[in-house]
Design a protein around this ligand. Structure first.
Ligand SMILES: C[S@@+](CC[C@H](N)C(=O)[O-])C[C@H]1O[C@@H](n2cnc3c(N)ncnc32)[C@H](O)[C@@H]1O
Length: 266
């Protein structure tokens, strides 16, 4: 695992993870329905690195879901979310590198924002291939921020500053084309991505900057205080200079995409 990701603490962030990565309830319900359309109502599905449940729980409303995660605090938050929404969902603590399930068990495996954090992500893919039924579907989920929004421009620049300040803050190569090369090696074939749900976040650049500074934003929650301070010292003046009005509230469009991949379970 890269040095940066060793510094993450899912223990601390577990209770607020779903607020930081919010999918509003109606969008979450749409996500559950869209996923069920792909995998079938009642399908047996595992969420690899299910985290605090913002994705596995709405899908569990339509399927036989088990969310696996290495961090039990995240699963505790997931359990709470399921209870709050009155949805039956199962959780299992463990690593997705080696799960306790028999070969050919699942109709689908979904994973979102996980593989790029795992050094041996290729082994996780092989494990997904093993537990999937031959006709099973591997789904990669992705939060997609409207690239033309101020929020996206700010995020890109923040990432550039972060890598500049701390070059070790790089995800693994699963964040790039290596992931799809590996999927192809396993016989995977991608079909058309699906927009599983969308929602609008009304937010200003100033508000995003404040969240970043307080470590309650996706770009900063895993950073040490010194690094956040160093980042803010760069990104605040940059934002003041590059946006007309950082206090202007913008409707930012988010989508959740699913990339369906067949063939890796064969
Ligand atoms: C960025 S979070 C994503 C959570 C969830 N998929 C989502 O999108 O909301 C990454 C999750 O992967 C989990 N994780 C990291 N390495 C893992 C491993 N080897 N096995 C299982 N879970 C792992 C972490 O504990 C964390 O909950």
């Amino acid at each position: 695992m890269s040095k940066a990701y060793n510094e993450m603490s899912y223990v601390e962030v577990a209770a607020i993870y779903n607020d930081i990565n919010n999918i509003p309830l109606d969008a979450a319900e749409a996500l559950g329905k869209s996923t069920a359309e792909l995998v079938g109502e009642g399908a047996k599905i595992m969420d690899f690195g299910g985290g605090a449940g913002r994705i596995s729980v709405p899908i569990a409303a339509h399927t036989d879901m088990i969310a696996m995660d290495i961090e039990h605090h995240m699963l505790k938050a997931s359990k709470k979310l399921a209870a709050d929404r009155n949805i039956a969902a199962r959780q299992a603590v463990g690593t997705v590198l080696q799960t306790p399930f028999a070969t050919n068990t699942f109709d689908a495996v979904i994973t979102t924002n996980v593989l790029h954090q795992i050094e041996f992500w290729r082994d996780a893919l092989k494990e997904a291939a093993r537990v999937l039924k031959p006709e099973g579907l591997f789904l990669i989920g992705r939060d997609v921020l409207d690239e033309s929004s101020n929020a996206a421009v700010l995020r890109s620049q923040s990432r550039m500053f972060t890598v500049d300040i701390a070059p070790e803050m790089q995800p693994t190569d699963a964040a790039g084309p290596a992931l799809f090369q590996e999927i192809q090696k396993l016989g995977g074939q991608m079909t058309r991505p699906v927009v599983a749900c969308s929602w609008i976040e009304r937010v200003s650049v100033a508000e995003i900057l404040d969240r970043m500074e307080n470590g309650i934003h996706n770009e900063t929650w895993s950073l040490k205080r010194e690094l956040i301070d160093a980042l803010m010292a760069k990104v605040r003046p940059w934002a003041e200079e590059n946006f007309d009005d950082i206090h202007a509230v913008e409707d930012v469009k988010w989508e959740f995409h699913l990339y369906p991949i067949s063939g890796i379970g064969k």
